[in-house]
Design a protein around this ligand. Structure first.
Ligand code: AMP
Length: 555
């Protein structure tokens, strides 16, 4: 195991960057960071085997920024990061720019699909770090807009995916053109022979880093039912709420990655009516004790915590663990779920993950040798059915346990009602009242499942055009609500709307956000950039055989 206890300061990073990481809420380096950062800072080449979600972006971005530090004057980029898709380019650029706060370093993403002209001006003005897809990097190198003669560090991220997507020639050309003295870091989830061959030809005595997986014997360890739901990022809070509503945990931990995620999610859950408390490394011992007291007494139901804060917690009555996203290391997942299933009880671990994390779910299954069942989220209908069954069970229990004359005060009212209504009607109406009082309100927003990678490919229209390219994107963050003039009264379901929008509006299912079906109309979130196109394309559409008016929602 790498030593993560030294913290970021012990890895040789500049103070400014260490401060930024602290302000981002990162409590300690992930294993890949602890292993990769020191050799990269010392100038070694590195071959890293790690999947997305392990914190590998920071593992290379931080050393990249450490070497840019103080060199920001030259104008030509001193680091080039190559990634397979434009979505990853944007993500890596964003993270790297965030880590660069206060250093003065600039980071630019260039990728296919965006007009090349728009990328030339910022390149000409001078940037320190360029994040690029291989095809677009070549275009810029050929035009002279991307100068590579000052590049001191090259990163190949998700190298196996770049090869799978047919970028081998582009990589070869770019690698040939870079200064020989440069440092190279290559990250890949798998290490096929083709990657080894690149390493042999283009890297010099690389340090090899693999995040070791501790194997577990089948059946070893506690009884835990593990499920995962894949949803796009903006639907994660609603999805977690739905799962908690369905599971009704006695007491549970919700694991987050950073203390800011903890604070944000605690607030969101509170806003949804859950009893949730935050626990993270930024709290005093006093505050932590108070939170633990509330959990033990049952006045808090959900403890929202970082891995570090939850370490060493002495609670053995938890019924559920919720992973709000996968942890950065598979071992951490094992630690997390080990919090339930104690004392012979079956524990439940539910993970809310993004589709891009699906590969890591498989890695974790391999490690634990226990199945994680990737399932659709419970629907609103399933949730309502379960709640009604509970009300029915509560009523049956109350009838069975009714002692002596505990029902006497209600009998006169029952007699009076039965002279006017049928007994079944009275019972149903009383059940309705009791049910509404018991189960409160539930969030009826339908959450559209994100497509699983193997089952459904996104529509090609909104994707880069490279053949065989795999899309990793989530629906764009910026959504617009469209109004559809059909609803429940026309027997319309969310599935009908998704089907119609996918067939006629030209969007893929995963690009569609939250859907609300009301009595006489429905509201559907679509990416803002696509809203007008969908309205136009669906002008004469029929949904469930009905002509529907479709427009942007008016407020
Ligand atoms: P990546 O594997 O680079 O896609 O990172 C996965 C997620 O982990 C990102 O959301 C990062 O912000 C987050 N992350 C990276 N390093 C750390 C860390 N040391 N502590 C907490 N979160 C981290």
């Amino acid at each position: 195991m790498p030593d993560v206890s030294v913290g970021f300061a012990g890895l040789g990073l500049p103070d400014q960057i260490v401060g930024t990481l602290r302000s981002l809420g990162y409590e300690e380096p992930t294993p890949i960071q602890a292993e990769a950062i020191p050799p990269l800072i010392s100038g070694r080449d590195l071959l890293g085997q790690a999947a997305t979600g392990t914190g590998k972006t920071a593992a290379f971005a931080l050393p990249v920024l450490a070497q840019v530090d103080g060199q920001a004057e030259s104008g030509a980029p001193s680091a080039l990061i190559l990634v397979p898709t434009r979505e990853l380019a944007v993500q890596v650029q964003k993270s790297t720019q965030e880590y660069a706060r206060g250093t003065g370093a600039s980071v630019l993403a260039v990728f296919g699909g965006q007009p090349i002209g728009r990328q030339i001006a910022p390149l000409k003005r001078g940037v320190d770090v360029v994040v690029a897809t291989p095809g677009r990097a070549i275009d810029h190198i050929r035009r002279g807009s991307l100068k590579t003669d000052q590049v001191r560090m090259l990163v190949l991220d998700e190298a196996d995916e770049m090869l799978d997507m047919g970028f081998a020639d582009e990589l070869e050309t770019i690698l040939e053109g870079l200064p020989e003295s440069r440092q190279t870091a290559l990250f890949s989830a798998t290490m096929p022979a083709r990657i080894e061959s690149i390493a042999k030809r283009h890297m010099s005595d690389p340090v090899r880093v693999e995040i070791k997986r501790r194997e577990r014997e089948p059946g070893e360890g506690p009884q835990i039912r593990q499920t995962a739901h894949l949803v796009s990022r903006h639907q994660k809070p609603a999805a977690l709420g739905r799962v908690i509503d369905m599971e009704e945990p006695g007491s549970a931990i919700v694991f987050c990655r950073t203390r800011y995620e903890v604070d944000q999610l605690t607030e969101t859950l509170g806003g949804r009516g859950f009893r949730a408390d935050a626990l993270h490394g930024g709290m005093t011992q006093d505050q932590r004790d108070r939170v633990m007291g509330r959990l033990r007494s049952g006045s808090t139901q959900l403890l929202v915590a970082t891995d570090v804060a939850a370490r060493g917690l002495d609670v053995d009555h938890l019924t559920h663990v919720f992973n709000y996203g996968l942890p950065t290391a598979a071992e951490q997942y094992v630690h997390r779920i080990g919090r339930v299933g104690r004392a012979g009880r079956t524990g439940i671990a539910v993970t809310i993950a993004e589709p891009r994390e699906q590969r890591r779910i498989k890695d974790i299954q391999r490690l634990t040798k226990l199945p994680i069942s990737v399932e659709d989220l419970p629907t609103v209908a399933a949730l309502k059915k379960k709640r009604l069954e509970q009300t029915e069970a509560a009523l049956a229990e109350s009838l069975e346990q009714a002692e002596g004359d505990s029902l006497a005060p209600f009998r006169a009212a029952a007699d009076s009602l039965s002279s006017r209504f049928a007994p079944e009607e009275i019972a149903a109406a009383a059940l309705k009242l009791a049910h509404e009082a018991r189960s409160g309100t539930i969030d009826e927003t339908e959450i559209v499942p994100a497509a699983r990678k193997k089952e459904r490919r996104p529509a090609g229209n909104a994707r880069p055009s490279k053949p065989g390219q795999r899309a990793k994107s989530q629906p764009a963050g910026d959504h617009t609500r469209l109004f559809f003039s059909v609803g429940r009264s026309a027997s319309v379901t969310p599935r009908d709307l998704v089907g119609a929008i996918a067939n006629e509006g030209g969007l893929s299912g995963r690009q569609i956000g939250a859907i609300q079906v009301k009595e006489n109309f429905s509201l559907v979130e679509v990416p803002s950039g696509a809203a007008d196109g969908v309205v136009r394309a669906m002008r004469s559409s029929r949904i469930k055989g009905r002509k529907a008016t479709i427009r942007r929602e008016r407020f």
